[in-house]
Design a protein around this ligand. Sequence first.
Ligand SMILES: Cc1cc2nc3c(=O)[nH]c(=O)nc-3n(C[C@H](O)[C@H](O)[C@H](O)COP(=O)(O)OP(=O)(O)OC[C@H]3O[C@@H](n4cnc5c(N)ncnc54)[C@H](O)[C@@H]3O)c2cc1C
Length: 442
Amino acid sequence: MEHIETIVVGAGVAGLAAARLLAQAGRRVVVLEARDRVGGRVCTDRADGLVTDLGASWIHGITANPVAEAAEAFGLPTVEFTVGGYQPDSRPIAYYGPSGERLGDDAARAFADDVRVVDAALLTAVAASKADDSYLHVTETALASQGWGDERSERVREFLQHRSEEQYGAGIEDLAAHGLDDDFIDGDEVVFPNGYDQLPGRLAAGLDIRFDHVVTRVRWSTKGVSVTTPGGTLTADNAVVTVPIGVLQSTDFTIEPALPEPNAGALGRLTMNAFEKVFLRFASKFWDDEVYAIRQQGPEGRRWHSWYDLTALHGTPTLLTFAAGPVASEIREWSEQQVVDSVLAQLRRLYGPRAEQPTRVDITAWQDDPFAHGSYAYMIPGSTTADHDDLATPIGGVLHIAGEATWTDDPATVTAALCSGHRAASNILHREIPIAQVWAAL
Ligand SMILES: Cc1cc2nc3c(=O)[nH]c(=O)nc-3n(C[C@H](O)[C@H](O)[C@H](O)COP(=O)(O)OP(=O)(O)OC[C@H]3O[C@@H](n4cnc5c(N)ncnc54)[C@H](O)[C@@H]3O)c2cc1C
């Protein structure tokens, strides 16, 4: 039986960051990866010469962000695109009112101001919330305190509902009151015109990664770990498990003995979301110039309310929209044409017949991916923000859980994944490692 110092399960950004730091420190590390590629939920498609990030797109705030620092150190080009955090403004957005008419600048500004007023009231409502309260509950509290009329309240209510769906892939009643606490964006946001997968590609260089190795069981004791795949069992002094929590919660992946507290309780209060991307490429651009995004208000926007203009990235007229939360579940069985027809019906409300059939469509299916079970984790009512860090509490001195869901300070992101891998390596080496080591040469 092959014995290794550290086995890392999963070659996403968390696993690669941990493996790299441990290898740099001279440890014998093997990464076991179920897929035939690195990157996990950072995944770029290049069919027809078009770069399409099917997983993560954005660095949500480049200030003091290690992913931005890594991208710069690796020389990866980025383009500013500061609307990834469901901001009401900050960059030009074309707003359409419930009737389908474009809002004037004053009306759009007044609406964004209303969102900011309610956001400020939300801080108080969230701070006063009870453990089991949902984001819907605190939203209603914050709205009620304004004393506004129905129409004005409804526009902000639907915005906050859509924000919960787009930011966390969760219906507003399913997300914990504290579920957006750490959704803070510091600085500009950027995307990767040449593909986000260049980042894990660079992190993977020089590592011993075994592809098509689906781990089914991890056994641990204070003496070490054994990790089983259909091809056999490897033993190691310790392991870093970075599979998404959807995999951890499934019966396809067992940990023996079962996770202790606080890990088990924390895992039970997090869940994978439903969040899919829909890319539409068109022969010609029919929407407004000089806007980062298009948003429509009102009941017609129940499914499709926001479109992001990616044209500047590659020169091909492209809109990205999201099927987020309940809508992602709803369209799960739909054909591609059903999705396109449904999205186009809304674009035609706004732009008329100029919104022609797209020339290419890409729709993701992360919900059905057995190595993801969704796009990222969110907090259900009853959870606390500390559940993320608690999930990473070292087990028996040998088992370390990492990944986006285990980082409290900006969960659900590539940044969280990278930081969690760095923490796992620091815990194994029993010393602080400068974060910049993650992108230093192997
Ligand atoms: C559609 C979408 C949009 C997103 N948008 C953004 C964004 O704009 N910005 C942002 O910062 N983040 C975004 N994210 C989230 C971001 O992609 C993730 O938080 C991050 O990539 C997670 O990294 P990870 O290493 O924790 O997990 P993963 O990347 O999931 O890595 C885990 C690895 O484990 C492997 N694995 C799973 N099961 C097994 C098994 N049984 N045996 C062996 N290996 C296994 C997987 O194949 C995978 O490679 C998005 C994600 C999605 C899906």
